[in-house]
Design a protein around this ligand. Structure first.
Ligand SMILES: [Zn+2]
Length: 262
Protein backbone atom coordinates (compact mmCIF):
# COMPACT_ATOMS: atom_id res chain seq x y z
CA UNK A 1 0.00 0.00 0.00
CA UNK A 2 1.20 3.50 -0.77
CA UNK A 3 1.82 6.05 1.95
CA UNK A 4 -0.22 8.51 -0.16
CA UNK A 5 -3.29 6.29 0.28
CA UNK A 6 -2.73 6.06 4.02
CA UNK A 7 -2.49 9.86 4.18
CA UNK A 8 -5.66 10.14 2.09
CA UNK A 9 -7.53 7.84 4.49
CA UNK A 10 -6.30 9.81 7.50
CA UNK A 11 -7.36 13.10 5.85
CA UNK A 12 -10.81 11.65 5.03
CA UNK A 13 -11.14 10.48 8.66
CA UNK A 14 -10.30 14.01 9.90
CA UNK A 15 -12.79 15.63 7.52
CA UNK A 16 -15.50 13.16 8.55
CA UNK A 17 -14.93 13.92 12.23
CA UNK A 18 -15.00 17.68 11.60
CA UNK A 19 -18.23 17.35 9.56
CA UNK A 20 -19.86 15.26 12.30
CA UNK A 21 -18.77 17.81 14.88
CA UNK A 22 -20.02 20.73 12.78
CA UNK A 23 -23.46 19.14 12.41
CA UNK A 24 -23.66 18.29 16.10
CA UNK A 25 -23.57 14.50 15.59
CA UNK A 26 -20.57 14.24 17.92
CA UNK A 27 -19.10 16.70 20.42
CA UNK A 28 -17.02 19.44 18.74
CA UNK A 29 -14.22 18.86 21.22
CA UNK A 30 -14.07 15.18 20.29
CA UNK A 31 -14.03 16.10 16.59
CA UNK A 32 -11.13 18.52 17.12
CA UNK A 33 -9.17 16.06 19.27
CA UNK A 34 -9.69 13.28 16.71
CA UNK A 35 -8.56 15.57 13.89
CA UNK A 36 -5.44 16.60 15.81
CA UNK A 37 -4.66 12.90 16.33
CA UNK A 38 -5.16 12.35 12.58
CA UNK A 39 -2.77 15.18 11.69
CA UNK A 40 -0.11 13.79 14.06
CA UNK A 41 -0.64 10.26 12.68
CA UNK A 42 -0.39 11.49 9.06
CA UNK A 43 2.78 13.49 9.78
CA UNK A 44 4.30 10.45 11.45
CA UNK A 45 3.49 8.16 8.52
CA UNK A 46 5.04 10.63 6.08
CA UNK A 47 8.11 11.07 8.27
CA UNK A 48 8.63 7.30 8.43
CA UNK A 49 8.57 7.19 4.61
CA UNK A 50 11.21 9.88 4.15
CA UNK A 51 13.56 9.08 7.06
CA UNK A 52 16.34 7.07 5.40
CA UNK A 53 17.09 4.72 8.26
CA UNK A 54 13.58 3.74 9.27
CA UNK A 55 12.29 0.21 8.63
CA UNK A 56 8.62 0.85 9.51
CA UNK A 57 7.45 0.01 5.99
CA UNK A 58 9.81 -2.94 5.55
CA UNK A 59 13.48 -3.92 5.75
CA UNK A 60 15.96 -1.20 4.83
CA UNK A 61 19.72 -1.59 5.09
CA UNK A 62 20.86 1.79 6.39
CA UNK A 63 23.87 0.55 8.38
CA UNK A 64 25.50 -2.77 9.11
CA UNK A 65 24.85 -4.41 12.48
CA UNK A 66 28.47 -4.93 13.41
CA UNK A 67 31.10 -3.88 15.92
CA UNK A 68 33.82 -4.29 13.31
CA UNK A 69 35.33 -1.06 12.04
CA UNK A 70 34.04 -1.33 8.50
CA UNK A 71 32.18 1.25 6.40
CA UNK A 72 30.55 1.23 2.98
CA UNK A 73 31.19 4.17 0.66
CA UNK A 74 28.24 4.62 -1.70
CA UNK A 75 27.96 6.92 -4.72
CA UNK A 76 24.62 7.97 -6.20
CA UNK A 77 23.17 9.51 -9.36
CA UNK A 78 25.94 8.64 -11.84
CA UNK A 79 27.57 7.74 -14.02
CA UNK A 80 28.44 11.36 -14.67
CA UNK A 81 31.56 12.41 -16.53
CA UNK A 82 34.17 13.58 -15.56
CA UNK A 83 33.46 12.99 -11.86
CA UNK A 84 32.78 9.25 -12.02
CA UNK A 85 36.16 8.74 -13.74
CA UNK A 86 37.92 10.90 -11.13
CA UNK A 87 36.29 8.99 -8.26
CA UNK A 88 37.17 5.65 -9.85
CA UNK A 89 40.80 6.76 -10.19
CA UNK A 90 40.96 7.72 -6.49
CA UNK A 91 39.34 4.46 -5.37
CA UNK A 92 41.77 2.46 -7.50
CA UNK A 93 44.79 4.37 -6.17
CA UNK A 94 43.60 3.87 -2.58
CA UNK A 95 42.60 0.25 -3.21
CA UNK A 96 39.03 0.78 -1.97
CA UNK A 97 35.92 -1.00 -3.21
CA UNK A 98 32.67 0.98 -3.09
CA UNK A 99 29.05 0.71 -4.20
CA UNK A 100 27.62 2.78 -7.06
CA UNK A 101 23.84 3.28 -7.31
CA UNK A 102 23.50 4.24 -10.95
CA UNK A 103 20.53 5.91 -12.63
CA UNK A 104 19.43 3.78 -15.61
CA UNK A 105 19.26 6.59 -18.16
CA UNK A 106 22.73 7.81 -17.13
CA UNK A 107 24.05 4.26 -17.39
CA UNK A 108 22.72 3.90 -20.94
CA UNK A 109 24.28 7.27 -21.86
CA UNK A 110 27.67 6.19 -20.44
CA UNK A 111 27.87 2.40 -20.65
CA UNK A 112 31.68 2.57 -20.77
CA UNK A 113 31.70 4.09 -17.26
CA UNK A 114 29.39 1.37 -15.93
CA UNK A 115 31.71 -1.27 -17.41
CA UNK A 116 34.66 0.52 -15.81
CA UNK A 117 32.92 0.53 -12.39
CA UNK A 118 32.40 -3.22 -12.68
CA UNK A 119 35.90 -3.92 -14.06
CA UNK A 120 37.39 -2.07 -11.07
CA UNK A 121 35.63 -4.48 -8.73
CA UNK A 122 32.94 -2.19 -7.33
CA UNK A 123 29.37 -3.22 -6.64
CA UNK A 124 26.65 -1.75 -8.85
CA UNK A 125 23.13 -1.15 -7.57
CA UNK A 126 20.16 0.50 -9.25
CA UNK A 127 18.94 3.99 -8.42
CA UNK A 128 15.91 3.40 -10.73
CA UNK A 129 15.67 4.42 -14.38
CA UNK A 130 14.80 8.13 -14.17
CA UNK A 131 15.33 9.11 -10.51
CA UNK A 132 11.64 9.92 -9.91
CA UNK A 133 10.13 10.24 -6.43
CA UNK A 134 8.60 6.74 -6.11
CA UNK A 135 6.10 7.88 -3.44
CA UNK A 136 4.33 9.92 -6.14
CA UNK A 137 4.04 7.06 -8.65
CA UNK A 138 1.37 4.38 -8.92
CA UNK A 139 2.14 0.68 -8.46
CA UNK A 140 2.88 -0.05 -12.14
CA UNK A 141 5.04 3.06 -12.52
CA UNK A 142 7.09 2.11 -9.43
CA UNK A 143 7.64 -1.37 -10.89
CA UNK A 144 8.53 0.04 -14.33
CA UNK A 145 11.13 2.39 -12.83
CA UNK A 146 12.72 -0.52 -10.98
CA UNK A 147 12.56 -3.03 -13.84
CA UNK A 148 13.98 -0.54 -16.36
CA UNK A 149 16.74 0.42 -13.92
CA UNK A 150 17.67 -3.23 -13.41
CA UNK A 151 17.54 -4.03 -17.14
CA UNK A 152 19.72 -1.03 -18.07
CA UNK A 153 22.46 -2.40 -15.81
CA UNK A 154 21.98 -5.98 -17.01
CA UNK A 155 22.24 -4.90 -20.67
CA UNK A 156 25.62 -3.30 -19.99
CA UNK A 157 27.22 -5.63 -17.46
CA UNK A 158 25.37 -8.89 -18.11
CA UNK A 159 24.40 -9.06 -14.45
CA UNK A 160 21.24 -7.99 -12.64
CA UNK A 161 21.83 -5.78 -9.60
CA UNK A 162 20.61 -7.09 -6.23
CA UNK A 163 20.50 -3.76 -4.42
CA UNK A 164 18.39 -0.65 -4.92
CA UNK A 165 18.55 2.81 -3.47
CA UNK A 166 15.21 4.55 -4.02
CA UNK A 167 15.59 8.18 -5.16
CA UNK A 168 15.99 10.47 -2.11
CA UNK A 169 15.80 7.33 0.05
CA UNK A 170 11.97 7.60 0.03
CA UNK A 171 10.15 4.32 0.60
CA UNK A 172 6.75 2.98 1.65
CA UNK A 173 5.06 -0.46 1.66
CA UNK A 174 4.67 -0.31 -2.12
CA UNK A 175 8.32 0.55 -2.82
CA UNK A 176 9.73 -2.13 -0.52
CA UNK A 177 7.24 -4.77 -1.70
CA UNK A 178 8.06 -4.14 -5.38
CA UNK A 179 11.80 -4.12 -4.68
CA UNK A 180 11.61 -7.43 -2.81
CA UNK A 181 9.53 -9.02 -5.57
CA UNK A 182 12.38 -8.18 -7.98
CA UNK A 183 15.00 -9.63 -5.63
CA UNK A 184 16.31 -6.19 -4.64
CA UNK A 185 17.41 -5.18 -1.13
CA UNK A 186 16.63 -1.56 -0.28
CA UNK A 187 19.77 0.30 0.84
CA UNK A 188 19.79 3.78 2.36
CA UNK A 189 22.46 5.35 4.60
CA UNK A 190 23.27 6.62 8.08
CA UNK A 191 25.94 9.19 7.13
CA UNK A 192 24.90 12.05 4.86
CA UNK A 193 27.48 14.83 4.46
CA UNK A 194 25.19 16.58 1.94
CA UNK A 195 28.02 16.80 -0.59
CA UNK A 196 25.58 17.71 -3.37
CA UNK A 197 25.08 21.14 -1.77
CA UNK A 198 28.82 21.82 -2.24
CA UNK A 199 29.35 22.98 1.37
CA UNK A 200 33.16 22.93 1.06
CA UNK A 201 35.60 20.05 0.99
CA UNK A 202 36.53 20.29 4.68
CA UNK A 203 32.85 20.33 5.70
CA UNK A 204 32.16 17.17 3.70
CA UNK A 205 35.15 15.44 5.32
CA UNK A 206 34.30 16.52 8.88
CA UNK A 207 30.61 15.57 8.54
CA UNK A 208 31.73 12.04 7.72
CA UNK A 209 34.53 11.72 10.28
CA UNK A 210 32.52 13.19 13.17
CA UNK A 211 29.50 10.91 12.65
CA UNK A 212 30.93 7.63 11.39
CA UNK A 213 30.53 4.44 13.41
CA UNK A 214 31.15 0.72 12.78
CA UNK A 215 28.90 -0.44 9.93
CA UNK A 216 28.12 3.03 8.59
CA UNK A 217 26.83 3.48 5.06
CA UNK A 218 28.16 6.79 3.74
CA UNK A 219 26.16 8.61 1.05
CA UNK A 220 28.22 10.53 -1.51
CA UNK A 221 27.44 11.59 -5.07
CA UNK A 222 29.41 11.06 -8.27
CA UNK A 223 26.40 12.23 -10.28
CA UNK A 224 23.63 14.79 -10.43
CA UNK A 225 20.25 15.12 -12.08
CA UNK A 226 20.31 15.84 -15.83
CA UNK A 227 18.56 19.15 -15.03
CA UNK A 228 20.96 20.54 -12.41
CA UNK A 229 24.25 19.24 -13.80
CA UNK A 230 26.11 20.43 -10.69
CA UNK A 231 29.81 20.03 -10.04
CA UNK A 232 30.98 17.09 -7.94
CA UNK A 233 34.51 18.47 -7.66
CA UNK A 234 34.17 18.95 -3.89
CA UNK A 235 33.27 15.27 -3.49
CA UNK A 236 36.30 14.37 -5.62
CA UNK A 237 38.53 16.59 -3.45
CA UNK A 238 37.08 15.28 -0.19
CA UNK A 239 37.28 11.57 -1.04
CA UNK A 240 41.05 10.93 -0.56
CA UNK A 241 40.95 12.69 2.83
CA UNK A 242 37.84 10.76 3.92
CA UNK A 243 39.56 7.48 3.04
CA UNK A 244 42.88 8.42 4.68
CA UNK A 245 41.30 9.71 7.90
CA UNK A 246 38.98 6.73 8.25
CA UNK A 247 41.97 4.41 7.79
CA UNK A 248 43.87 6.28 10.50
CA UNK A 249 40.90 5.62 12.79
CA UNK A 250 41.14 1.91 11.97
CA UNK A 251 38.31 1.59 9.44
CA UNK A 252 38.37 -0.58 6.34
CA UNK A 253 36.05 -0.38 3.36
CA UNK A 254 33.44 -2.86 2.13
CA UNK A 255 30.63 -2.92 -0.41
CA UNK A 256 27.03 -2.95 0.88
CA UNK A 257 26.88 -6.64 -0.11
CA UNK A 258 29.85 -7.39 2.16
CA UNK A 259 28.37 -5.19 4.89
CA UNK A 260 25.15 -7.20 4.79
CA UNK A 261 27.02 -10.32 5.86
CA UNK A 262 29.02 -8.68 8.67
ZN1 LIG B 1 19.78 10.23 -6.08
Amino acid sequence: MKVAWLLGMVAAFCLLLLALGYHGKIKKRLALLGSCFGIILGSGLLLLAVLPGDSFYGPVLAAGHTNQKVVALTFDDGPYSPYTEKILAILKKKNVHATFFVVGENALAHPELVRQIKADGHLIGTHTQHHKDLLRLDKQEVRDEMVMGVESIREITGEKPRFIRPPHGFKDYEVIEQAESLGLTVVNWDIIPRDWTNPGTETIVSRVIENVKPGSVILLHDGDSPVNKGSREQTVQALPEIIDRLRVEGYSFVTVEELQTK
